[in-house]
Design a protein around this ligand. Structure first.
Ligand code: SF4
Length: 309
């Protein structure tokens, strides 16, 4: 069957439908859907100074590419890229090369911050010294650095490459872990209230599937290698991802239903959790957190103890 809109050979069959599209019409469909998300959820406003969190992988370069096209067309907002080097040999060094090349070719300012400079060592080396799962260190460290550095760089929003698959996984993980308050902060524009201590995140790929984002990146030649973090298999998210992929294969539309149902209850979650947990400033680093000491400082302090022992 040819492309729905012309007689060209299709490159993709869209999820949850029998529609097939050729390269040109798929790119048009993808960009239009992302721009609709930006406009329907008011993700970007005039005068915004947006940091785009990139890893050099397919999703983040897809977001950067589309926001850059939109910025050049409208001239209404600014973007700069921000990347975190966790220190994962054979993986992050490669994707960061990709990120640097993309930013150089497209004249986008790129800021890189590393765990080694900020916390004293690479993730690979931390894991040799402590008995912790990689993602339990890496997740808090990355969230912390992205928020802190975005404030220092004067960004008022942070765009990320999270797609429909990522969000469906996070929603299910939060249910399984009885962590609904965290879910209340999800959605295409994160956060419940405006608090200057937290940079709100925008997710332009919110309604695009993993398959669609990967196809777009491939067709636009954005990411050379689609390699995975070597630690991703041991993560809780990895298990939820496999489970949802199995469900999707057996019951197509599952992930889409998770997102649609979640967006229906999100306004109620916002209302319920609006003043639920007061936000403190961490007693060690002064960054915002829900307890006396933030998760990142707790981990850093535990590393210091290991050194002494
Ligand atoms: Fe970090 Fe885990 Fe993601 Fe790898 S999979 S980059 S260790 S959070």
């Amino acid at each position: 069957m040819p492309c729905k809109n012309c007689l060209q050979k299709p490159v993709i069959k869209l999820t949850n439908s029998n529609i097939q599209l050729c390269k040109q019409h798929f790119i048009k469909y993808f960009e239009k859907k992302v721009l609709n998300t930006i406009s329907n959820y008011k993700l970007i406003e005039k005068g915004d100074r947006i940091g785009v969190a990139i890893s050099g992988g397919k999703d983040s370069l897809t977001v950067l590419n589309i926001l850059n096209l939109l910025k050049n067309k409208t001239k209404k907002f600014e973007i700069e890229a921000i990347a975190i080097d966790e220190g994962i040999k054979g993986y992050r060094d490669k994707t960061l090369e990709n990120a640097k090349k993309f930013c150089k070719d497209n004249n986008i300012k790129l800021h890189i911050f590393s765990y080694k400079d900020e916390f004293g060592d690479t993730l690979d080396n931390f894991l040799k010294k402590v008995n912790m799962k990689a993602c339990s260190i890496c997740g808090p460290f990355r969230r912390y650095l992205l928020n802190k550095k975005s404030k220092e760089l004067g960004f008022n929003k942070l765009a990320t490459g999270h797609n429909l698959d990522d969000e469906a996984q996070t929603i299910i993980m939060n249910y399984f872990r009885r962590n609904i308050e965290t879910s209340a902060r999800l959605g295409p524009l994160t956060g419940i209230v405006n608090d200057k201590r937290f940079i709100r995140r925008i997710k332009p790929l919110y309604f695009m599937t993993q398959k669609e984002a990967a196809t777009y990146a491939f067709l636009k030649n954005l990411s050379v290698e689609f390699n995975e973090c070597p630690y991703s298999n041991e993560s809780y998210r990895g298990d939820v991802m496999k489970m949802l992929n199995n469900f999707e294969a057996k019951y197509p539309g599952t992930k889409n239903s998770i997102i649609t149902s979640f967006l229906e209850i999100l306004p109620l979650l916002h209302k319920h959790y609006k003043n639920y947990t007061p936000i403190n400033n961490c007693k060690i680093c002064n960054e915002p957190c829900s307890q006396e000491i933030c998760q990142t400082c707790k981990i850093v302090e535990s590393f210091k103890k290991v050194k002494k022992d």
